[in-house]
Design a protein around this ligand. Structure first.
Ligand SMILES: [Zn+2]
Length: 211
């Protein structure tokens, strides 16, 4: 019987006499409540109604919940329907939370788009600034400047320039070549000078022999 409540005899009152009670036991905390069972012929349904009036959640035998446990259960999970609502809320939170990050994602995408459109710019700049015949940048141009103007990495500019245009003469090599040219010029001058010295000496020798 679902709604049957055991009758227990308890010593109560000043005389400590055993009196019959209907007892209900909480299935959560084990708390017990009693109702005077003045008459054993009270129908179980009305006993249940009396316990309900006292705040008990009357269920099947062994599943009753006392008022205290109902309160703490409500505090634990204030509204069972909110528990159902919680996942969409947390999903919303999850969607709102990374809002700071989407700023990074488009920036990344923009950067790659920019990088794509920067390549034609790079080739235009190299075409304009690089002297293929002279194997060097024209004055004012450099990998660094083109990298800055196109937004590309200097290493990238250098690699593309070297593979598709040409090298940059090593300034040291340029200086060395310049130095060698200077020496060559000096050597020519020296040879010319020494030839003049030689001819002058010959003139003097001829004069000396005459006299
Ligand atoms: Zn309880």
């Amino acid at each position: 019987m679902r709604d049957s409540f055991p009758i227990v005899n308890r010593p109560t009152g000043d005389d400590e006499r055993m009196r019959p009670y209907h007892a209900i036991v909480c299935s959560i905390c084990g708390n017990e409540a009693t109702l005077s069972a003045h008459s054993t012929c009270i129908p179980a349904s009305s006993v249940a109604a009396k316990f309900r009036k006292l705040g008990w959640l009357v269920r099947a035998v062994g599943k009753h919940v006392c008022p205290n446990c109902q309160v703490s259960d409500r505090n634990h999970n204030p509204n069972p329907q909110e528990g159902v609502m919680a996942p969409p809320l947390s999903l919303k939170d999850r969607l709102e939370q990374p809002k700071a990050q989407p700023a990074k994602e488009p920036a990344k995408a923009e950067r790659s788009i920019a990088a794509k459109s920067a390549i034609p710019l790079l080739y235009m700049a190299l075409d304009e600034g690089y002297d293929r015949a002279g194997q060097d940048y024209k004055p004012g141009y450099s990998d660094e400047r083109i990298a800055k103007e196109t937004g590309l990495a200097v290493e990238f500019v250098r690699a593309r320039r070297e593979s598709d245009f040409g090298p940059i003469r090593d300034p040291k090599a340029v200086a060395l070549i310049g130095g060698l040219n200077d020496l060559g010029g000096l050597a020519i001058e020296f040879r010319a000078l020494s030839a003049r010295v030689e001819s002058k000496l010959n003139e003097l020798r001829a004069l000396a022999l005459k006299n």
